[in-house]
Design a protein around this ligand. Structure first.
Ligand code: 3HC
Length: 666
């Protein structure tokens, strides 16, 4: 093939192959632009357009090479997930991808933004990949309970070797352009004009035969390394099918022909796409996007926030401070005394040190964060904050006194947030002038790690303040879920119902260890009794004592937890609770078993064997019923918000979709 000369005339601008795929000619290169907002997903019209482009290039003499580029911030965000569950229109993505790879004329992928899933697979089938520095590349299908279905498991290992491919596909990790280049996935990274450079590369490539990824040999990683990776990934996957399938298919790439590997990949993809796990994870994907939507908020501009005040530098406050520092905010942390301020500063530094030790942060990043931090016992320093988050002891008098003082110190338009778990934020808001600027930001511990933040909309919170709370939480990298005001908000209300039913089960005949095993086998990160012990039993005990006077005597009440607390068994911290912890190891305690038996006998309850299926269904039903109540009371906006809270704050398995999804409510 001869090199392209620059006399070839460009075609008319604005020419289209389909609604979502347009093209222009530049110096003999067909520049194909994908324009399918919001993320350029590979929908039916996009696939048809791309298919047309490659066919057109093949039969049109003036076209010597092709560049595929995305418009906006994405190259291609993947297959169109909304089409899953519908009959698949031809051409399918594997057909388009194969056509691209088979092209005799060079096809260059110009990765202008995210190239994920099917988008990455399109790029892998091209003969050359050039990426802008901002591009992000990955095969995150496992997060949707599937594996790549358009050649990703077979082509990626041909560029990176089996180990790196297995790691990327089985974890769904998304990488930046530089890492993609170092792994051999992209050929060049540029800060310059991507389209121009892609066209130049395409023009250079016409003189050499296309380098087809599918024809390359797979560099096989050490078997032991892939085995070790598989063990690690599968231990974390806790019952999810897709990660194991991903590793199996990457291994197959090294053993089978491309055609056989692709056929096996496609069959596995289709099987997983129709699985309950994938339906659940797709529900979670859309639930996360829906959670940010609050009626009336669409056109409300959040207030600018540059400085965040954090009151209290204990476990929770220091976690919140680190989160805010990571997100680029200036942070003023207030403690009660100079000694406590020093201890708080140490706690924050230690969290940053841990991030450095684990490679998540470098020394410059640490220094930058510390340069934006002030920890002081001088409360007046908080005056410059745009948003103040209190994380002090969860006591109404302590919090209202603090808010009264903050009301005097901060600007009248500064937003005030309480991190209370159980108190009434409306009562706290009444302590300040302009209570409409108060909201709840309920972080979960450790706050620098946990993704969930319940954004509590108080009676008087304005939409602008709510929008600001959501925007800040998002900037912190969190998943904000809006909750109305009630005791415990969404998460702790559901968790209380779960606790109640778990205790009923014990009284009815199941033992804590049986219940924990059933729920862990179901996929919960920890069984309920292990969680009670970890969190400590004393707070729930104090609450039960507070409620005793007003409790309906006809209501079923299990006293076993009270007996444990009376015996000084407050959970893991005290070395014993529902279990004992010799050397920190959770162990069944015969003393607890006899206490349970005694308690049943005292109530005249004849215990019966309860199997794992009944345990799981009763606990799920209890959570879903409480979820129904939260929806009826208007505390939660939608069932899927409840699912997100339980998945991200309480260890509910994402691949089961959350308690409302599992119960068929969302
Ligand atoms: N299909 C359909 N809709 C999608 C989509 C997709 N692949 N990706 C995103 N969307 C939608 C979202 O639902 C959202 O819609 P909404 O505005 O109605 O709520 C909108 O696009 C914007 O999405 P985000 O809010 O997530 O936008 P961001 O800019 O924050 O993030 C993104 C963009 C990084 C592309 C992110 O959306 C994302 O991670 N998407 C999913 C990527 C993915 O998993 N791809 C693999 C798909 S499966 C596949 O490709 C199978 C193949 O192997 C055959």
């Amino acid at each position: 093939m001869r090199a392209i000369d620059s006399e070839v005339k460009p075609a008319a601008a604005g020419t289209r192959f389909s609604d979502t795929v347009s093209y222009r000619m530049e110096h003999g290169v067909l520049v194909v632009t994908i324009d399918n907002p919001p993320v350029n997903a590979a929908s039916a019209t996009m696939r048809a357009g791309l298919n047309c482009a490659i066919v057109h290039a093949g039969i049109t003499e003036e076209v010597r090479a092709v560049v595929i580029i995305g418009s906006g911030r994405s190259f291609v965000g993947g297959a169109d997930i909304r089409e899953f569950g519908q009959p698949m229109a031809e051409p399918t993505l594997p057909q388009v991808v194969e056509l691209i790879e088979a092209s005799d004329k060079p096809v260059v992928a110009a990765l202008n933004g995210v190239a994920l899933g099917g988008g990455c697979e399109i790029a892998l089938a091209c003969h050359y990949r050039i990426a802008s520095r901002a591009a992000r590349i990955g095969l995150p299908e496992v997060k949707l309970g599937i594996i790549p279905g358009a050649g990703g498991t077979q082509r990626l290992p041909r560029l990176t070797g089996t180990l790196a491919a297995a790691e990327m596909i089985a974890t769904g990790r998304i990488i930046d352009a530089e890492e993609a280049q170092s792994l051999g996935i992209v050929d060049k990274v540029t800060d310059g004009d991507l389209a121009r450079q892609a066209i130049a590369a395409a023009r250079r490539l016409v003189v050499t035969p296309p380098r087809r990824t599918g024809e390359l040999a797979v560099a096989v990683g050490k078997g032991a390394d892939v085995d070790a990776l598989a063990d690690k990934v599968l231990a974390k996957a806790r019952g999810q099918i897709a990660p194991a399938e991903a590793i199996r298919l990457v291994r197959l790439a090294a053993e089978a022909s491309l055609a056989d590997g692709l056929a096996e990949e496609r069959a596995t993809f289709l099987m997983l796409r129709d699985s309950e796990q994938s339906k659940a994870l797709r529900h979670v994907f859309f639930a996360e996007r829906a959670a940010a939507k609050v009626p009336g908020i669409e056109h409300v501009e959040p207030r600018p926030v540059a400085t965040i005040g954090v009151i209290g530098a204990g476990l929770m406050g220091s976690g919140i401070a680190v989160s805010a520092l990571n997100a680029g905010y200036r942070v003023i942390c207030i403690e009660q005394t100079a000694e406590r301020a020093t201890a708080g500063e140490k706690r924050i530094s230690a969290l940053l040190d841990r991030a450095v030790a684990s490679g998540r942060l470098d020394a410059d990043g640490r220094a930058d964060r510390l340069s934006r931090l002030e920890v002081t016992a001088n409360m007046n320093e908080v005056a410059t904050a745009d948003l103040v988050i209190e994380a002090v002891f969860d006591d109404l008098t302590v919090k209202t006194d603090l808010f009264r003082e903050l009301g005097r110190l901060v600007r009248p338009d500064a937003i005030l947030a309480t991190n209370t778990s159980y108190l009434d934020p409306d009562a706290i808001a009444e302590a300040v002038p302009h209570p409409e600027r108060v909201l709840g930001l309920h972080f979960f511990s450790p706050a620098n790690i946990m993704r969930l933040v319940e954004v509590v909309r108080c009676d008087k919170t304005t939409l602008e303040v709510l929008a600001t709370g959501l925007a800040v939480a998002k900037k912190l990298g969190k998943l904000p879920v809006v909750s109305g005001v009630c005791e415990g908000f969404i998460g702790n209300r559901i968790f209380s119902a779960y606790r109640r039913e778990a205790e009923f089960l014990v009284e009815d005949g199941a033992l804590p260890q049986e219940i924990d095993k059933a729920m862990e086998d179901f996929g919960m990160a920890m069984g309920p009794f292990a969680v009670f012990d970890l969190a400590g039993l004393e707070i729930a005990w104090a609450r039960r004592k507070r409620q005793a006077a007003t409790r309906d005597p006809a209501e079923r009440y299990v006293e076993i937890a009270d007996r444990l607390c009376e015996a000084g068994r407050f959970g893991q911290k005290s070395g014993k609770g529902w279990y004992v912890y010799p050397d920190g190891k959770r162990t069944v305690d015969p003393e607890v078993t006899s206490l349970i038996e005694g308690s049943r006998a005292a109530k005249g309850i004849q215990p019966r064997g309860i199997d794992a299926g009944e345990i799981v269904s009763r606990l799920l039903a209890a959570m879903a019923a409480e979820g129904d109540a939260l929806l009826a009371e208007g505390i939660a906006q939608r069932a899927s918000d409840i699912d997100l809270v339980m998945i991200n704050g309480y260890g509910f398995p994402a691949h089961k979709g959350g308690p409302m999804f599992a119960a068929g409510r969302s």
